[in-house]
Design a protein around this ligand. Structure first.
Ligand SMILES: Cc1cc2nc3c(=O)[nH]c(=O)nc-3n(C[C@H](O)[C@H](O)[C@H](O)COP(=O)(O)OP(=O)(O)OC[C@H]3O[C@@H](n4cnc5c(N)ncnc54)[C@H](O)[C@@H]3O)c2cc1C
Length: 383
């Protein structure tokens, strides 16, 4: 199919910046780049009809780390790196709420909790020590203290089984991931950003006037190809980035989720973590959203395939009936998965990989929180 002169001079005219990926990172990058250069021509290209990676397929947590997750991070990467990430996550969420408005993204400061089961209980004294340490270190970031405290008095009220302790974080909450992406999309489109969906970028190369970006799409079943030109290219394809930038240290990590039908008199509200953040659940009104358990099958879950598996879904159902709503019957109405981008360290990769080619990828399962700041960072580097 040939391109019309109108299309050539509008949708497909040469760009100042082309962004690959319309997930949260691509969208926030576009927002910051447009704020920086309102007259710039920016196009986002995504292979999905909507963002199809992690951004609309996560659990909608607005969180910056549970006690066991932060202690594990410190053990692995040291105190400075752990605190730097908390700072980025906390500020990123604040920025998101401020710019987009809490109502527009379904944000609720519903409080976050960490469940410590009897089987994984290090003892109250150890937990107290860890919370004291984190409360002191996080106080300048949060601007208030304490962040974490015991909330054992809520275990019975919430109806949890085999739970030794509950640690509460009053600064965490939940949001609606679909509303967040849609809101951001509408904002940037109103600013003049073009989004091309259902368009797969196969490769790119440096040309004399910038970067040539080679795309494939389909009209009915007929394959079409298209080359888009841009002065700069920004890759925001997170877990899928190795396809275009094979040297990056990125490993895909699938996160699976299930949602129950309504539970009568569901006794809890809020976002809950367990086991260093590998399990997470929250109320969705009177339903429960539960996800994670990737640590039960690390190798199997290191994939970009957006399937669900019996192993993980069964493990989640067991967790639901053992710890969250013991003795209650439930049915599952929805199941899905999303793909996160991990690597040997948790810090995102935000850099120029070649002249005029940049990337902002590897959100390490924290991109809801990080993306507003990541966008700001890359926009400055690309100025
Ligand atoms: C189950 C789950 C739970 C999570 N929990 C949390 C949490 O509690 N807190 C938190 O902060 N974060 C969480 N996250 C992580 C968060 O959702 C991600 O870090 C964030 O959405 C990543 O955004 P992104 O834009 O970098 O990537 P994505 O949303 O994956 O977007 C990448 C886009 O690139 C497109 N793409 C890929 N390849 C190509 C190509 N060749 N051509 C064109 N387009 C392409 C894809 O279609 C996709 O839309 C979770 C994620 C999952 C899956």
């Amino acid at each position: 199919m040939q391109i019309s002169v109108w299309e050539k001079e509008s949708f497909f005219a040469p760009n100042d910046v082309v962004i690959l990926g319309s997930g949260l990172v691509g969208l926030w990058c576009a927002w910051h780049l447009k704020k920086q250069q309102p007259a710039s021509k920016i196009t986002i290209i995504d292979r999905g009809i909507i963002p199809t990676g992690a951004s609309t397929r996560n659990a909608g947590f607005a969180c910056f780390g549970s006690v066991t997750e932060l202690m594990a991070d410190m053990e692995k990467s040291g105190e400075d790196a752990m605190l730097q990430l908390v700072d980025m996550r906390f500020r990123g969420l604040q920025r998101t709420r401020k710019i987009l408005g809490e109502k527009a993204i379904g944000f609720q400061l519903s409080r976050g909790y960490e469940m410590i089961t009897a089987a994984k209980d290090p003892g109250k004294a150890v937990l107290q020590q860890q919370m004291d340490y984190l409360n002191e270190k996080l106080s300048p970031i949060i601007g208030s203290s304490p962040t974490f405290r015991f909330a054992g008095n809520k275990i019975k009220k919430f109806g949890f089984g085999q739970t030794a302790h509950l640690l509460e974080n009053k600064f965490e909450g939940g949001l609606h991931s679909g509303m967040l992406c849609q809101q951001l999309m509408q904002r940037i489109q109103a600013m003049g950003v073009t989004i091309l969906n259902a368009t797969n970028v196969t490769h790119f190369e440096q040309g004399p006037e910038g970067v040539n970006i080679y795309c494939h799409y389909r009209i009915s079943d007929t394959p079409q190809s298209l080359t888009i030109k841009s002065k700069q290219l920004l890759v925001c394809t997170n877990a899928f980035a190795k396809q275009l930038l094979p040297d990056l240290d990125i490993v895909p990590a699938r996160g699976q989720i299930l949602v129950t039908s309504p539970i009568e008199n569901l006794p809890f509200k809020g976002t809950f973590h367990y086991d260093e953040g590998f399990y997470y659940f929250r109320d969705l009104g009177d339903r429960i959203l539960l996800g994670g358990a990737r640590n039960k099958a690390f190798e199997e879950e290191a994939t970009t395939e957006m399937e669900i598996t019996q192993t993980i879904q069964q493990e989640l159902e067991n967790f639901l009936s053992q710890y969250i709503i013991p003795g209650k019957s439930f049915t599952i109405t929805d199941r899905w998965s999303g793909i996160m981008g991990m690597g040997s360290e948790k810090m995102p990769i935000i850099k120029e990989v070649a002249p005029n080619i940049f990337c902002a990828v590897r959100m390490s399962g924290m991109g809801v929180a990080l993306s507003a700041l990541v966008g700001e960072d890359i926009a400055k580097r690309m100025a």
